[in-house]
Design a protein around this ligand. Structure first.
Ligand code: ZN
Length: 285
């Protein structure tokens, strides 16, 4: 009996976290957070289905509006992400459909991130005042991009831009000369110089520029505050303003910017949050 109860509660509890129970037969709907296991830094989706009326759902995560769009009759889907430095635990996501209000419980598990220790000569660690000024300018430019919220352009699941093995994973902490200097907020993928890099999803090119850290960088706006970032390219195959389809070649692998060899740094932004690229590519949209 005891073990039955244990099995029962293990089974029941996650279900309670994931489902909003129907209000009444007339206004019954289901709201789910997918996938079932979400770690710090992961992207996830909220799916609301079984809606009878015309009202669109709206939800708020960490004070930011979550944007829904249609996924068939009575179905709405939203992509969201939880920052990799957010505390593990339960997050409450208020959800509204028409006059109906409920809340979803998002359970965030502890992510497993790697730590890399490096020892470098001091002059390689501290940028010059001119470089610092450039780094600041470019950070401002990028931060202003993430604020933009265009209409949805993404279609179906996101794909990885290369079919190659990963090198440095998302979330890796770099400790240089004993000091924590950065968290790797993208994913490094191995690549050969000149290899084709493909768009992760449909979107508009909002930046093709040479940045201090990223070197030749392409940024795509997929709408609803979702962006993908491609760094260290040898050259571009797109220009700002271009509308690209998923899998279009946007540029070629290189080693520009702060890079020690040809590879692609691939980043994903969801409403200003750096999301794990592997997690967004795993969503069945
Ligand atoms: Zn990287």
């Amino acid at each position: 009996m005891k073990s039955f109860m244990k099995t029962f509660s293990c089974f029941l509890l996650p279900a309670l976290f994931l489902f909003a129970l129907p209000f009444s037969q007339a206004e019954a709907f289901q709201a789910r957070i997918l996938p079932s296991r979400i770690h710090q830094g992961d992207a996830f989706m909220i799916k609301v289905s079984g809606l009878k009326g015309t009202a669109e759902p709206s939800a708020v995560l960490e004070g930011k509006q979550v944007l829904f769009s249609g996924c068939g009759k009575g179905c709405f889907v939203a992509i969201a992400a939880i920052d990799l430095q957010s505390e593990p635990g339960i997050y409450r996501i208020p959800l509204k459909v028409g006059r109906r209000k409920t809340a979803l419980r998002l359970r965030v598990l502890k992510g497993r991130f790697e730590t890399i220790h490096l020892t470098l000569p001091e002059e390689k660690v501290s940028p010059s005042p001119e470089d610092l000024e450039r780094i600041r300018r470019e950070a401002d430019l990028l931060n202003s991009l993430w604020e933009v919220q265009s209409e949805r352009l993404w279609e179906g699941s996101f794909v990885l831009p290369l079919q190659n093995p990963l090198s440095t994973p998302f979330g890796t902490m770099r400790i240089i000369n004993g000091e924590m200097v950065s968290i790797h907020r993208g994913l490094d993928m191995k690549g050969l110089e000149g290899e084709e890099i493909r768009a992760s999803n449909r979107g508009t090119v909002v930046l093709t520029d040479e940045l201090f850290f990223g070197g030749n960088t392409v940024i795509l706006d997929h709408g609803q505050g979702i962006f993908t970032v491609y760094m260290h390219l040898s050259r571009f195959n797109v220009s700002p303003g271009d509308l690209v389809a998923k899998n279009d070649v946007i540029g070629y692998v290189g080693s520009s910017g702060r890079s020690s060899g040809p590879h692609l740094h691939f980043g994903v932004k969801v409403k200003g949050v750096n999301a794990s690229p592997v997690s967004i590519a795993g969503l069945k949209l």
